[in-house]
Write a protein that binds this ligand. Sequence first.
Ligand code: AMP
Length: 357
Amino acid sequence: MTEPLPTGATIGILGGGQLGRMLAVAAARLGLRSHIFEPGPNPPAGDVAHAVTTAPYEDEAALRAFAGSVDVITYEFENIPTSALDLLEHLRPIRPSREALRISQDRFSEKTFLCDLGLQTAPYAAVDDAASLSKAIAETGLPAILKTRRFGYDGKGQARLVSPDDAAQALKDMANAPAILEGFIDFTHEVSVIGARSAMGDIACFDPGENLHEGGILRTTTLPASLTPSQRSDAILLTANILNKLDYIGVMGVELFVTRQGLIVNEIAPRVHNSGHWTQNACAVDQFEQHIRAVAGWPLGDGRRFADVVMENLIGDDMGRVPALASEPGTALHLYGKADIKPGRKMGHVNRIKPRS
Ligand code: AMP
């Protein structure tokens, strides 16, 4: 696929959560259609998409029919079964590439890739059993965090180790899954860069945002982040470096720890990212449109920030605040249309806007 997709073309999106929903809205704004592939019933993205396939990722016939009805395939989450991608990649282009997905699906290969690029990460070591864990502790030191190599999100699949006595319980928490031990980083704060690279190789990064987590879940993203001008440039340049190395097409989230020793990369996400939701109300072109433009072979748009903004996630019972938020001045409300309110479930977010300082 070398030519930009014409309006009326269809973007296939694997995953039907809120990210898929906001991607589908962005596609529609550009006159493009979207087709969602999602195993679960009533996906949030289904409300706003041209077509929805409800089938498991193991359903070859459904995958083939899906591919046959779209022009390009993208995804809204990392943990898509490899077998589905093996089949789809022969039928339609997948953007971002399989390689970007492969690297970011496994925390060990992700850290190795970043270190090979000359970037700083937490000290890390692979852990499969008690013996490799005690060897890893000797390498990374304590405190440290044991994380599953794959399928972790929102702080799930993680155990903290303060003393060697915590090793047995931490290993038990991993339920025999391959893991990685990471030395604990003494950071002052966390920031992230949402970067985009087009099919032509152009790069545009949004201004870095400052992230606050509660219980492993993103609570707020604040712009501007507290960064010196050189830290801000470093954050953007290292993101561009990662995007170029992967020949990346699409939007990527790069999470960073800010320390006195410089910026340390925590993780990369080969997709639109929760910490980029602020772009919807503080930029002419937001992260979702930027991603759709990139995967459709279009030029990237203007992602300059024109306002100060705090994005706050609405999680679980925060939905009770919606009537008050709906009439709050300077506040843009984004709800995902999820029927069931559950503790820890992301139900929506608000962007509170002020004139740029
Ligand atoms: P992750 O799922 O790896 O993004 O981790 C979730 C959160 O846990 C991060 O946003 C940090 O607040 C914290 N965290 C993860 N890894 C480390 C580390 N190596 N050192 C200190 N804090 C960490």
